[in-house]
Design a protein around this ligand. Structure first.
Ligand SMILES: C[S@@+](CC[C@H](N)C(=O)[O-])C[C@H]1O[C@@H](n2cnc3c(N)ncnc32)[C@H](O)[C@@H]1O
Length: 448
């Protein structure tokens, strides 16, 4: 390696030439997918560089303690590198890891969870190898697209509002890509109000489309019968519209098609309305839930709380083996879906869904839960939830998380309150991205 280059003394004020052609050796991957190496002891973040590789880089943002650099050339290539199959991988930002073999991405996800638990949670615990997919492509059942004034559809680039256009997103089914093309073509000449489109696809290949920004009555199925017919032939079952600037779902309306849209998870069928949360990877949802059920180890006698219960998927799976399950969820559409799903899956009588924020609604429940399942959004638990859990002291807590950082923070708080971590299992719900889902089982040990 060229030490002279490595010791180059760069400054923010240096010319572009002086900041270019510097060499850095990548030691690890940050959880945003960037490579990290050191130059003069300063951490240098280089998107695109893989561990074990040395790259020629240009520093474009030098701070006191770290700097960011652009990869100019790879000097030695890692055996774990592969050519990203997606033609817009570099500009898109939706995927961060398509330049690395799938097997390696799974190992890094395991390590990110381990690192977060050690660094933030101050816990030294084993994280089991990430459960990956056999075929990690075309797994997403949801696409959220934005629209240019010219009518073109695309994803937002990471941390920006400029759009990336694509012909074939490899995370979506071929069918969903066709729905996108058909809709883009149809919208090309009109409806400038529509700014955001969300497509959903269930395991049967049926679809739902939500158009945002549209005064709902404007798009008439009768006057646009060719488009709706083409969509229907491709499996799309409903088109919904929602205006802009209202409260959640204030003016959500069905424009065309079936009111109900359902998804199969494990061996149950769940109705999901356009504004309710649904796990985005249909196949891996079964894997994730199977982990939760396994560690919950219910014997039919337990009172279970499912906090952040969405449309009731986990609650209903748990209810098969519990004395009673209570779900809490703030989204009114999801709570309505959950109640309908309880009826459809013959679970009424020993399951209830309460509407409200977990941090306030759980305070009003008198009963003592034996097992609590937590599946919060990325932000993790509100401090009041953590405090209340430590007062209630359930025997077991199962934390399902999509963010290792907030997971580690919250698990740290629970261990300080007397819980021990019994198992940590990551599941790859989002192949080729830096996101990872984790199931942690905690049992109450003792309070010191
Ligand atoms: C990650 S999802 C999990 C849903 C469900 N467990 C599943 O697997 O589909 C988180 C859910 O929490 C809900 N949510 C977010 N913040 C909340 C809060 N403070 N109180 C209650 N629910 C909340 C969201 O609406 C969403 O349905």
């Amino acid at each position: 390696m060229n030490n002279k280059k490595l010791n180059h003394n760069y400054r923010n004020t240096n010319t572009r030439e002086e900041n270019s052609n510097l060499e850095v050796e990548c030691l690890r991957l940050l959880s945003d997918g960037s490579g990290v190496g050191y130059m003069n002891g300063i951490a240098t973040f280089v998107p695109g560089l893989l561990p074990g590789e040395t790259g020629e880089v240009e520093v474009f943002d030098a701070k006191k303690k770290y700097q960011r650099a652009r990869l100019q050339k790879i000097i030695n290539r890692s055996p774990d590198r592969m050519d990203a199959p997606c033609s817009v991988f570099e500009g898109c930002g939706g995927c961060q890891l398509q330049h690395m073999t799938y097997k390696q991405t799974l190992q890094w996800k395991q390590r990110w969870v381990e690192d977060a638990l050690t660094r933030i949670g101050k816990l030294k615990v084993e994280v089991k190898p990430t459960l990956g997919m056999e075929y990690p492509w075309r797994y997403r059942n949801k696409a959220r697209l934005h629209r240019e004034p010219t009518g073109e559809l695309g994803y937002y680039k990471e941390k920006s509002k400029s759009l990336v256009h694509f012909q074939d997103c490899l995370l979506l089914s071929e069918r969903m890509n066709r729905w996108i093309r058909l809709t883009e073509e149809f919208l090309a000449d009109g409806y400038p109000e529509i700014h955001t489109l969300t497509f959903r696809e269930n395991r049967k290949g049926e679809g739902l489309l939500l158009l945002e920004g549209l005064p709902v009555k404007v798009l008439s199925p009768e006057e646009n019968s060719d488009y709706f017919k083409a969509l229907s032939q491709e499996g799309l079952r409903s088109v919904w519209g929602i205006g802009t600037g209202n409260d959640l779902g204030g003016n959500l309306e069905l424009i065309w098609g079936d009111e109900s849209f359902s998804q199969t998870i494990l061996d149950m069928t769940f109705e999901v309305s356009p504004l309710s949360f649904l796990q985005v990877n249909s196949l891996q949802t079964d894997v994730l839930y199977a982990q939760v059920l396994a560690v919950a180890a219910l014997n039919g006698e337990e009172t279970v709380w499912d906090l952040y219960s969405g449309i009731g998927t986990l609650a209903l799976a748990l209810a098969r083996k519990a004395k009673k399950v209570t779900g809490i969820e703030e989204n009114p559409f999801a709570v309505e879906d959950a109640m309908r799903n309880a009826v459809n899956n013959n679970a009424i009588g020993h399951i209830e869904f309460l509407k409200g924020k977990v941090e306030s609604r759980m305070m009003k429940i008198e009963e003592q839960p034996d097992v609590v399942v937590l599946d919060p959004p990325r932000a993790g638990l509100h401090a009041d939830v953590l405090k209340r859990l430590l007062e209630l002291n359930p025997k077991r807590i199962i934390y399902v998380s999509c963010d290792p950082g907030t997971l580690a923070r919250d698990i740290g708080g629970l261990t300080a309150g007397g819980y021990g971590v019994d198992s940590v299992q990551s599941v790859d719900m989002f192949p080729w991205t830096m996101h990872v889902e984790t199931v942690v089982l905690m049992n109450f040990k003792e309070r010191t």
